[in-house]
Write a protein that binds this ligand. Sequence first.
Ligand code: ARG
Length: 472
Amino acid sequence: MARRAAAKPWAGRFAETTDESLEKLSASVQFDQRLALFDLEGSRAHARMLGAVGLVTRAESRLMVKGLEELKTRVAGGLFQWDPKLEDVHMNLERALVELIGPAGEKLHTARSRNDQVALDTRLYLKAAAGRLGYGLRDLRSALVEKAASVKYAPMPGYTHLQRAQPVLVAHHLLAYYQMLSRDQERLEDLGRRLDSMPLGSGALAGTSLPIDPALVAADLGFSRLAENSLDAVASRDHLLEFLAFGAITLTNLSRLAEDLVLWCSQEFAFAELPDALTTGSSMMPQKKNPDGAELMRGKAGRAIGNLMALLAVVKGLPLSYNRDLQEDKEPIFDTADTLDMLLPVAAKMVRGLKFNLERLREAADDPFASATDLAELLVRRGVPFREAHRQAGAAVAYALKVKKNLADLTPEELNRFCPEAPAGVFAELTLEARLAARSTFGGPAPRSVARQLRAARQRLARETGRNGGPG
Ligand code: ARG
């Protein structure tokens, strides 16, 4: 330990050893060790390139690659001993390589800085995370589409201001979330283009005078572009911000789905029930079945929003190029990725396991007052200007409420007092099914429109699955 501490890789110009208090503040290995496998992958590509351009001999390059492989095995097996005195994942792994293969290991960091190294590592980490999360998100979207298909034409009340507004289909409601999450998926995919730029070779900030070939490293690691500006490459974190924004928006969307689930599963709504396996009990009240999973899904949005704000605040106002503040970029991205990794499968299971009480939903959708808009639109068809029709229907509603009758139960005489153009027996025409079928505008709740939405969603998922793999 003491020997290591006295010999930090950068110790050359220092007369004193690092104060313990700073050492503690400076150390990031307790969290950035999560980058280890990406760091080793980057180092392997770098070592190969050093051999190819002749900055190290072929034999040295091979030795480094072999040593890095051995370290990979140790890290993957949880056998690597991380030393906080060596600050971060990069210096820990480099030191271990030197201990493992001797002097050739001292050449690994040729033409490289931790600044371009960490920029590479977080890109590799996010590429992997984006692939994984993309898969999870697509599965959740598939779950919504399957569920929508399974309840195809069942009606439910649609709400604005959490007041019954107009009837819709359960499928229509579920597909609204499919649409929201599809945009999240697009945001994630779009981020891939920004991640696809290889920063190694940018050095500390100003490249290197040594004859490196970053294109070899890029090809080795599967990047299609090189970072075009070394200052930008080591200083910028907007791709991380974009990931955090994606996470914050996705979790915000999920929190709205969660809130609907919580409402639907309440006794007051009684629209749906979650499976026992996806709910929890109360330690005191034996009768309770609580939607804790959905509540956590709602609550987790808070930390994702916080992570985005945290990194925005760190980056804001930093001069070019690298500043150590940027070390603070890692915990937020790990946390947002972990949160989504944990949540997406639970959300998909909740959607798949949800049991709707279709009878109750139909009853609620058939609220007699929810046909007031249809009455007004019927009057419009008979030539009444919409504002006038709205007033007339509103007056009929007020009267019905006053005499404690349902709108549909007004006699033709009563109705005609307010709506002279309303034909006799109008409410017999305005059945729930008829009202739903009539809203067949593009994107509307009519069975015809919802069937079209479902078709489009399925086709899109099949296309995406063909392109990216994963459940469809
Ligand atoms: N642990 C550092 C980080 O995460 C690596 C780069 C350190 N660079 C430096 N010049 N001290 O940002």
